[in-house]
Design a protein around this ligand. Structure first.
Ligand code: NAD
Length: 364
């Protein structure tokens, strides 16, 4: 074990003298990020340069001269980008999100330390999932547009009760468990699937096949991995109940969008509530109103009366933004001051499910 996890080589140091201000290149910066990070950095302890651009092979040079790059869900932290960051002398990639499917953590091992914000508000995401579900099944999105046009007709707005319906929750970590509790509050029957069931949770765990076959509503809260990519495809859709409602606030590629579209056209899927989309990275977070959207699948999905799309918005609450900024800066501070970080990510931790070092030291 010691050989595999040798701990940090302190002789090299982490490379920032205590007197130096830590320099952070902040990619994909939005107004709300700048506001929350400026508040968290109100004492001016960090020098933060906000870039609108996403991190990619094309933009990585902007990180020259910085100690840290701070990135979000659609920044590209693939092998080539990691190599370039290491060459530029960047010491740390600080994710300001929980999911890390955009990072090649195996390639980063030994080259670049990666830290993340494992939890900032599971309530923000779980409540958004329920908001999407209620909006969809009670046709609130239609009613809102009608009444603004003084159309008070109720035709076509018939919904259904959530009370008594069976919801399948896929992934019962922090967000999935909050979502399950919300559903129980609505009087729903909750069944759950998790690769690593949380036996103390009091949840009724079933197989994935049973989720597909029994649930009236299925909500996804597991990470995107090779195993979960396209877990919703033509085969799984064929096993689902007619009229099933799918809610995805996790990662877009859990769902094969073409198969989803077919399922909707076949009237098999009753509704889809999507906060994430597998090809979202070039579209979400930008204003394309007045432009022709090139992604035909997304355009077709959005044109469906029973599909609601929000653009990766589930995390966006004041509480979550404040927690994200505080945890990101404290991750960076802990890394440089203590030579370790509780929220470090590495592929070995991922492989064994739990860090064997328990982050008493850096992973390499
Ligand atoms: P978490 O780590 O607390 O929980 C994830 C759960 O998924 C764990 O219980 C884990 O055992 C389970 N899991 C792992 N592999 C699985 C598999 N193959 N099949 C089924 N379950 C599996 O994470 P969380 O904080 O609850 O977040 C869940 C996901 O939500 C994240 O991975 C992220 O992609 C997404 N997320 C989205 C937003 C947003 O704004 N839309 C914000 C935060 C997180």
């Amino acid at each position: 074990m010691d050989e595999m996890y040798p701990g940090p080589d302190r002789s090299k140091g982490i490379g920032v003298e205590a007197k130096d201000m830590i320099k952070i290149a902040f990619f994909d910066a939005k107004e709300y990020d700048i506001a929350s990070f400026n508040t968290a950095n109100s004492k001016g302890e960090y020098e933060i340069r906000f870039y609108e651009a996403k991190l990619s092979e094309d933009t990585v040079k902007l990180a020259a001269g910085f100690d840290v790059v701070c990135v979000f869900v659609n920044d590209d932290v693939s092998a080539g980008v990691i190599d370039s960051l290491a060459e530029l002398g960047v010491k740390l990639v600080a994710l300001r999100c929980a999911g890390y499917n955009n990072v090649d953590i195996e390639h980063a091992f030994g080259k670049m330390h990666i830290v993340r914000v494992p939890a900032y508000s599971p309530y923000a995401v779980a409540e958004h999932a329920m908001a999407l579900l209620l909006t969809s099944i009670r046709r609130i999105h239609k009613a809102y547009i009608r009444t603004r046009d003084f159309n008070f007709s109720l035709n076509g707005l018939t919904g259904f009760d959530l009370h008594g319906k069976c919801v399948g929750v896929v992934g019962t970590g922090k967000i999935g468990r909050v979502f399950s509790d919300i559903c129980k509050g609505f009087g729903m029957k909750v069944i759950a699937y998790d690769k690593f069931p949380n036996e103390g949770s009091g949840l009724e765990y079933v197989s994935l096949d049973e989720i597909w076959e029994q649930a009236d509503i299925i909500s996804f809260h597991c990470p995107l991995t090779d195993e979960t990519r396209h877990m919703v495809d033509a085969a799984s859709i064929s096993r689902m109940k007619k009229g099933v409602v799918l809610v995805n606030t996790s990662r877009g590629a859990l769902i094969d969008s073409e198969a989803l579209l077919e399922g909707i056209k076949d009237r098999k899927i009753g509704a889809a509530c999507l906060d994430v989309y597998e090809e979202e990275s070039d579209v979400f977070f930008h204003d394309f109103s007045g432009h022709i959207v090139a992604d035909d699948t997304l355009a077709r999905l959005i044109s469906m009366p029973n599909v609601i799309v929000t653009s990766h918005q589930a995390f966006l609450t004041a509480e979550a933004l404040s927690n994200i900024a505080d945890t990101t800066l404290s991750n960076i501070s802990q890394f440089f001051a203590d030579g370790r970080c509780d929220n470090e990510l590495c592929y070995k931790c991922e492989k064994v499910g739990k860090c064997p070092q328990e982050h008493k030291a850096l992973c390499f």
